[in-house]
Design a protein around this ligand. Structure first.
Ligand code: FE2
Length: 463
């Protein structure tokens, strides 16, 4: 082996943390409703037995948590490692807390966060998609999102490029969103301080997983811990990704995920006065399915007491970009979003920022969704809503916020209004950006902030 290769390996071994394969991060866990302020503190350990002590406090005294080994990840292309989780169960809605991990009486990590908020609470959170591609834009967004001190971050899919693999999380996700110091050139210590939640995108969940080329796929189902209250799915259901290749690796993957795959594909949860319905918008799911449509409608209706109902998914139903223009299949759910009184539908996939006028949509009678993903129909637009002087929308507002780090799409269309569809009110593709949403019982405000921290767009909805 060449000297340079030996030095590279030696450096990697020295640089790697003694106890963590990846440092701590916060997750919802399988809790659609807030259980007081409970959050799961998770981390990745090396493939060796370590007796981690986890403690947290809101006042003076430390409370012991009960960490559990969730799974051991051992796939080709990455070193074996272990996923741990410690539920922090004695937190009250919205309170600040500190936590620390120790081994053999020695503190090895400390940080702080804010407990999950109950239905009476106002919220302040960040949304973006199409992000972990290891780009300068992604790092800037991470830095500026952290400056916002959000309650949580929601990712609208395409979380990790280019195939959502375990090995790609190591280069594109953890080092940037869990950087030790905030730095616009590096990222920010977000994951350890801020709850991350989100939807799965096409890059996280390829329709056909070739296990020979992609031996460590679907890392979303290994590392994330989100609710599993969506429509019932089994690994061989027609609406889940298919595997090609070794039966042995497939079996190992299914055993490793321990039920998270595919149950974590669709779900809903409440955070503060907001209800989120989170959908897998990938083409392997047919959202004209009666059973799946019923689940979405029932879910939105069950949240009638929430002040705000948001839908989070990857593929935008109403998009003016020439990129992905024909992928309109989620339009088949627009009647459900309207009947369920969704306020916003937040998507990614298209790497820019777009906002529609409030709209309602009627799919062309007799239309059958097929190979052609275009969905013809008629929209009704509320062009009187401007989000400033008129803040009462008549219809659903569709947001594309896919400018979170991956290469921007159709920059030229930003100034070419003639190229926008009639339903589009704002289109910004000249810069990476993210959405900041504030909710109170009376109003919701969305601000779109650039990778340099400048406000690009703003609108308010009032009740
Ligand atoms: Fe995508």
């Amino acid at each position: 082996m060449k000297l340079l290769s030996l030095l590279t390996i030696a450096f990697a071994l020295i640089a790697k943390d003694e106890f963590f394969f990846e440092k701590p991060y916060l997750q919802l866990g399988d809790r659609p409703s807030p259980d007081k302020g409970t959050l799961d503190l998770m981390w990745l350990g090396h493939d060796k037995d370590v007796d981690f002590l986890v403690e947290y406090k809101t006042g003076r005294s430390w409370i012991k948590a009960s960490p559990k080994l969730i799974r051991r990840v051992d796939f080709a292309g990455t070193a074996p490692h272990r996923v741990y989780s410690a539920p922090l169960t004695k937190l009250k809605s919205g309170e600040s807390f500190s936590y620390r991990l120790s081994v053999n009486g020695k503190s090895i990590f400390e940080s702080s966060s804010v407990a999950r908020k109950d239905s009476k609470s106002d919220t302040h959170f960040v949304v973006f998609g199409d992000c972990a591609a290891n780009t300068a834009g992604q790092r800037q967004i991470a830095f500026h999102a952290a400056q916002q001190k959000p309650d949580y971050i929601f990712i609208t899919g395409d979380i990790v490029y280019s195939r959502g693999r375990v090995s790609e999380y190591q280069t594109n996700f953890w080092p940037i969103y869990n950087a030790d110091q905030p730095d616009p050139l590096q990222g920010a210590p977000l994951l350890r301080k801020t709850l991350f939640t989100g939807a799965i995108g096409n890059h996280d969940s390829q329709a056909l997983i070739d296990l020979a080329l992609n031996p460590d796929p679907l890392a979303y189902y290994l590392y994330w811990s989100q609710p599993t209250n969506g429509p019932a799915l089994t690994p061989d259901h027609q609406f889940v990704p298919k595997f090609k290749g070794s039966e042995e690796i497939k079996t190992k993957f299914l055993e490793t995920t321990k039920g998270a795959f595919p149950a974590m594909a669709n779900f809903s949860f409440d955070y503060g006065n907001v209800h989120w319905t989170v959908l897998d918008a990938n083409s392997y799911v047919d959202w004209t399915s009666k059973e799946f449509r019923k689940w979405v409608l029932d879910d939105l209706k069950s949240a009638s007491k929430a002040k705000w109902r948001l839908v989070g998914l990857h593929h935008p139903p109403f998009n003016s970009s020439k990129a992905h223009f024909k992928e309109q299949r989620i339009r088949v759910l627009s009647d459900i979003f309207e009947e369920g009184k969704a306020d916003l539908v937040l998507a990614g996939h298209v790497h820019n920022y777009q906002r529609t006028h409030p709209l309602t949509f009627k799919v062309q009678p007799g239309f059958v969704l097929g190979v052609n993903q275009e969905v013809p129909g008629k929209w009704t637009l509320d062009k009187t809503f401007d989000g400033a002087t008129n803040t009462k929308p008549n219809g659903v507002i569709y947001i594309t916020t896919g400018a979170g780090g991956a290469g921007l799409y159709n920059i030229e269309q930003t100034v070419d209004k003639a190229s926008w569809q009639e339903f589009t009110s704002t289109f910004i593709s000249t810069v990476h950006s993210f959405s900041v949403i504030d909710t109170t019982s009376k109003q919701l405000t969305l601000k779109q902030i650039s990778a340099e921290g400048k406000e690009l767009d703003r609108f308010t909805i009032t009740r």
